[in-house]
Design a protein around this ligand. Structure first.
Ligand SMILES: *Cc1c(COP(=O)(O)O)cnc(C)c1O
Length: 220
């Protein structure tokens, strides 16, 4: 689907929700896509991208930045503590702050480097055992813990269970964010971004609807 069409659908969803135009940011999720597809989207003016692996991002974005200038990069996949330093050098936003140990490492490295990306706490809204994230009932305490370490918490992020109505999860995430005074809501993917916008998403993470089906498996 052309990028312009996705942008138009986002604009329509903003209007339908009575939200100001431009209040939702589109993150184009370029993981495992062939470089020519990514380049085509860059050529259409998109400058905000999401990747789910540090290594993969490190292999493509420095070159694209040379060619296209400033690009806003979002890490949306799990982050190992030994890659935090590298991630801080590449990404302006990290959506996968999902455990206390990672928060502590981020706080230490932010001190050392003198800067820290904008952080989104990943909440496991479906309480799925195999999925990363803070349990909903622990979210308030974890937000407070991160703030006590001076981490810049911009909002919350979720990936709803595949077999459940996403709207319930989006509504829960919005409620948790509101009661913690957080503005950012990273929720909504190719199949459900309009619903996410209706429920307050500030960032939608859209991959296959823009780039087409991912050509290589990417289990993370
Ligand atoms: C891959 C991925 C997306 C994009 O998924 P699509 O269904 O292709 O839009 C969004 N969020 C996360 C965390 C992802 O890993």
């Amino acid at each position: 689907m052309p990028l312009a069409e996705i942008r138009a659908r986002i604009a329509k969803a903003e209007t339908n929700a009575g939200r100001p135009a431009g209040s939702v940011q589109l993150i184009a999720v370029s993981k495992v896509q062939p470089l020519d597809r990514v380049q085509a989207v860059l050529d259409q003016g998109q400058r905000v991208f999401g990747e789910n692996k540090v290594q993969e991002a490190a292999g493509k974005w420095p070159d694209f930045r040379e060619t296209y200038g400033e690009i806003d990069l979002h890490l949306i996949g799990p982050l190992q503590t030994n890659k935090v330093r590298q991630a801080f050098g590449l990404f302006q936003h990290i959506h996968s702050l999902d455990r206390p140990k990672l928060a502590h490492t981020m706080a230490r490295i932010a001190q050392e480097m003198g800067h820290c990306p904008q952080l989104y706490i990943q909440v496991n809204t479906g309480e799925e055992p195999q999925k990363a994230g803070i349990a909903p009932q622990e979210a308030d305490a974890f937000v407070a813990e991160c703030r006590s370490m001076d981490l810049p918490v911009a909002g919350l992020m979720c990936i709803p269970p595949v077999d459940e109505t996403p709207a319930l999860h989006f509504a829960l995430l919005a409620k948790l964010a509101a009661r913690n005074g957080l503005q950012g809501l990273s929720m909504g993917m190719s199949d459900d971004f309009e619903q996410a916008i209706a429920l307050g998403a500030t960032h939608v993470r859209v991959g296959s609807a823009i780039f087409g089906t991912r050509v290589a498996p990417n289990p993370a």
